[in-house]
Design a protein around this ligand. Structure first.
Ligand code: ACO
Length: 325
C-alpha cells in the first residue's frame, strides 16, 4: 500500500541587492556592531529597493525554485505565500505572483503566521496536496520587514531584513514508511495569550494604518527555546526519529543565541546547523527557505538527507517539520 507525500522537487531564493551593515545602522541609531553581533549574531541584512515589493521578491524566488525543480510554471496549481508584509491589504500578494508567472488555473493565497509562516504554509500546502485537490504547489516565504520597522527604535530595527525563498512541492505516491521522500510530519502551535509580546501597532480594522513592529525582545527570547524544542519533540515522537538522525537543522533565523540554544537542548551537533542570520538578519517567513536554498546551492544538503525545520514568532506561533530531501 502506498500513501501520498508532498515531495520537494526544488528550491530557490532571492535577496535584494542593498546590504545594510551593523556599521551603517550605528550611524542611524545608538547601537554598535559589537552589541548586535554579541546579542544576535547578525552582521548585515538586505533591504528591498524603493518600489521593490514582497510579490516581486516572491516571484524571483519562485522562478528560481521552478528552474531548480526543472518544472514549468504551468504545472503549478497551488501557490501559498507566507508573509506578514503583503504588497496591499488585499488582494493576496500570491495572486500577483500567479499572474506574473502566467498561471490562470488553480488557487493562490497568502498565509500569515509571522515568523512561523513558512512552516504553516508547508503544512497547508501538504494538506491540500494530500487531499488530491492539487498536484503541484509553490510554497513561498517573502517579506519586506524594512517597511514595518521603526527605524528610530534600536531594540527592533537592528534585527530584521528583507528577502524571499520558495520550494516546489509535488504530491507523489511513496511506500508509507519513515524512509519516504517528502514531508514526513509537520506540527503547528499557537498561543494568543502572547499576542502583545510581538506585534504591529497598526492594521486595517484597528488604526487604518500599516503600523510598526513592536516587541518585548526579552520576553520572546525567554519563551523561544522551550517552545521550539517542545514542538520539535512532537515531530520526533510522530516519526520515531531522534536528534542523532537529523542530517541538517534548518531553523528560523531570528537570533543565533536562540538557534544555538535550541540545538543544544535538542542534542543537535553544531556542524548540522544551517545558519544565515549573520548575513540575512531575521527575514521572518522567508528565513527558512532562504537558509534551505543556501545549503542546497552549496551542496551541503543531498538527496535522502533528513531535514528538521522549525520556527517561532509573533502570536506566539510556532511549528516544526521533518522533511526527507
Ligand atoms: N544597541 C545597543 N543597545 C541596545 C540595543 C541596540 N540595538 N537594543 C537594546 N539595547 C539595550 C537596551 O536598551 C538595554 O539597555 P539597559 O540595560 O540600559 O536598559 C540593554 O541593551 C539590554 O536590553 P535587552 O532587551 O535586555 O537585551 P537582550 O539581551 O534581551 O537582547 C534581543 C535583546 C537581541 C532583542 C533579544 O532579547 C532577542 O533576541 N530576543 C528575541 C527577539 C526575536 O528573536 N524576535 C523575533 C521573533 S520572530 C518573529 O515573529 C518576528
Amino acid at each position: 500500500m502506498t500513501i501520498t507525500r508532498s515531495v520537494v522537487l526544488g528550491c530557490g531564493s532571492y535577496l535584494p541587492s542593498q546590504v545594510l551593515t551593523n556599521e551603517d545602522l550605528a550611524r542611524k541609531v545608538d547601537t554598535s556592531d559589537e552589541w548586535i553581533v554579541q546579542r544576535t549574531g547578525i552582521h548585515e541584512r538586505r533591504i528591498a529597493a524603493p518600489g521593490e515589493l514582497t510579490s516581486h521578491m516572491a516571484l524571483h524566488a519562485a522562478k528560481s525554485a521552478l528552474a531548480h525543480a526543472r518544472v514549468d510554471a504551468q504545472s503549478i496549481d497551488l501557490i501559498v505565500l507566507a508573509t506578514s508584509t503583503p504588497d496591499n491589504t488585499f488582494p493576496a500578494s500570491a495572486v500577483s505572483v500567479q499572474a506574473d508567472l502566467g498561471i490562470t488555473h488553480g488557487a493562490a493565497f497568502d498565509l500569515q503566521a509571522v515568523c512561523s509562516g513558512f512552516v504553516y504554509a508547508l503544512a497547508t500546502a501538504d494538506g491540500l496536496l494530500k487531499s488530491g485537490a492539487y498536484k503541484r504547489a509553490l510554497v513561498i516565504g517573502s517579506e519586506t520587514f524594512s517597511r514595518i520597522l521603526d527605524w528610530t527604535d534600536r531594540t527592533t530595527c537592528v534585527l530584521f531584513g528583507d528577502g524571499a525563498g520558495a520550494v516546489v512541492m509535488e504530491a507523489q505516491q511513496q511506500p508509507g514508511t519513515r524512509d519516504d521522500r517528502g514531508l514526513l510530519t509537520v506540527h503547528l502551535r499557537s498561543d494568543g495569550r502572547f499576542k502583545s509580546k510581538l506585534y504591529v501597532d497598526g492594521g486595517p480594522s484597528s488604526t487604518g494604518t500599516v503600523g510598526y513592529l513592536r516587541m518585548e525582545g526579552r520576553e520572546v527570547f525567554r519563551h523561544a527555546v522551550a517552545m521550539i524544542t517542545d514542538v520539535v519533540e512532537d515531530a520526533f515522537r510522530a516519526t520515531g526519529y531522534a536528534a542523532a538522525d537529523v542530517d541538517w537543522f534548518i531553523p528560523h533565523q531570528a537570533n543565533k543565541r536562540i538557534i544555538d540554544g535550541s540545538a543544544h537542548k535538542l542534542g543537535i551537533a553544531p556542524d548540522k546547523i544551517v545558519t544565515t542570520v549573520d548575513r540575512h538578519g531575521n527575514t521572518s517567513a522567508a528565513s527558512i527557505p532562504l537558509a534551505l536554498s543556501d545549503a542546497v546551492t552549496d551542496r551541503r544538503i543531498k538527496r535522502g538527507d533528513l531535514l528538521l525545520l522549525e520556527a517561532m514568532g509573533g502570536g506566539f506561533t510556532w511549528g516544526a517539520a521533518l522533511l526527507r530531501w
